[in-house]
Ligand binder design. Structure first.
Ligand SMILES: NC(=O)c1ccc[n+]([C@@H]2O[C@H](COP(=O)([O-])OP(=O)(O)OC[C@H]3O[C@@H](n4cnc5c(N)ncnc54)[C@H](O)[C@@H]3O)[C@@H](O)[C@H]2O)c1
Length: 322
């Protein structure tokens, strides 16, 4: 396999590249290294990959038409994992155009590249649990309608799934959409709550707790996701219109306050807390039904937040020499 990974300097992308390279695969990574969060972290992630001879990296913006084809020959690629995106729900209120650019124009350009790749066997792409909108019930199943996005981020992810369906139908490109549920862990994302809580608790600063803590998330540990992805990459859908969508969550909705307590415990310090109202675009709950991914790939996440959060906090302290 020669696998193109977009968003290779991102949290999930660089972990996937590392796992694929460790298995002996050829990996071509692309990323625009944007400054949505500290690009130093993206450069540090790329340094972890630089030691592999089978890894090649190109810095480019997928939303620039033709940039991907100029840097990478479609004929050289057999598999694609599209992880590049403008992530984050709250930032879509501040900077909506970044979402249209990366998640729609950029994604279309990756699909056009896939269309030109004559030896392509499969393309997997990141969707999100946010497609389910704001629901109090659960678990959320892939057969549930996804027609009520509560953020632009969510709307672009639903659109990505719709566009993928049309490309599978029109051109027979085998496509697998992956609805990730709050992925966390070492080398993670500084815009996410577990990172912000850790940073502020270790500095003795007050943490903001939105929706007065009355939210729950299906926290999913990065190693469980990486293990699943390495299997999914080489398992294309086989239906007449080859497009499938899977939930990749932990199937354990966890109250936000349990996350706060897990971070406090791992940091060895109690947080100063500021309870706030719910933020625009936030959902109350995420809860994945993972039976479809279990049946298809043997997906079986194992890590609880009481196991995963201490690993993250240890990594964070080492990374910042605390
Ligand atoms: N981490 C999660 O909890 C989570 C949950 C749901 C969905 N997702 C999705 O999974 C994917 C990976 O997420 P992540 O957590 O690793 O995020 P991330 O922000 O760490 O990684 C995304 C990478 O894509 C790159 N990128 C963005 N726009 C680009 C463009 N136009 N051209 C080239 N590169 C571009 C960024 O520089 C970044 O390195 C994203 O599609 C995200 O929406 C993540």
């Amino acid at each position: 396999m020669t696998i193109l990974v977009t968003g290779a300097a991102g949290f999930i992308g660089h972990n996937l590249c590392l796992a694929l390279l460790s298995q002996g695969e050829q990996v071509v990574g692309v990323d625009n290294l944007n400054d949505y969060y500290d690009p130093m972290i993206k450069h540090a992630r790329l340094e972890r990959l630089a030691g592999f001879e089978r890894f090649r990296f190109a810095q480019l913006d997928l939303a620039d038409d033709g940039a991907l084809e100029k840097a990478v020959s479609p004929d050289a690629i057999t598999h694609i994992v599209n992880l590049a995106a403008q992530a984050g729900v709250r930032y879509s209120i501040e900077n909506p155009r970044a979402y249209m650019r990366s998640n729609l124009t950029g994604y279309l350009n990756v699909l056009e590249f896939a269309r030109a790749a004559k030896d392509l066997k499969h393309m997997a792409y990141a969707s999100s649990s946010s497609v389910y909108g704001d629901r109090a019930d659960g678990p959320f199943s892939e057969i549930d309608p996804v027609i009520k996005p509560v953020s632009l981020y969510s709307a672009t992810k639903i659109s990505g799934e719709m566009i993928s369906q049309s490309y599978a139908h029109l051109y027979g490109i085998p496509l697998t959409g992956l609805r990730f549920f709050t992925v966390y862990g070492a080398w993670g994302r500084p815009d996410m709550a577990y990172w912000i809580f850790t940073e502020k608790i270790l500095r003795g600063e007050t943490i903001d707790i939105f929706a007065a803590g009355e939210m729950s998330r299906d926290f999913t540990y990065i190693d469980d996701i990486t293990n699943a992805l390495t299997c999914i990459v080489d398992t294309p859908p086989t239906a007449d219109v080859p497009h499938e969508v899977y939930n990749l969550g932990n199937s354990t909705p966890t109250p936000l306050m349990d996350l706060v307590h897990a971070v406090e415990k791992a940091c060895g310090q109690e947080a100063k807390k500021n309870f706030m109202s719910k933020q625009m675009g936030d959902v109350s709950k995420t809860f994945a039904d993972i039976s479809k991914a279990k049946a298809a790939f043997g997906y079986s996440p194992k890590t609880t937040i009481d196991q995963g959060i201490p690993v993250f906090v240890d990594w964070y302290k080492k990374f910042y020499n605390i």
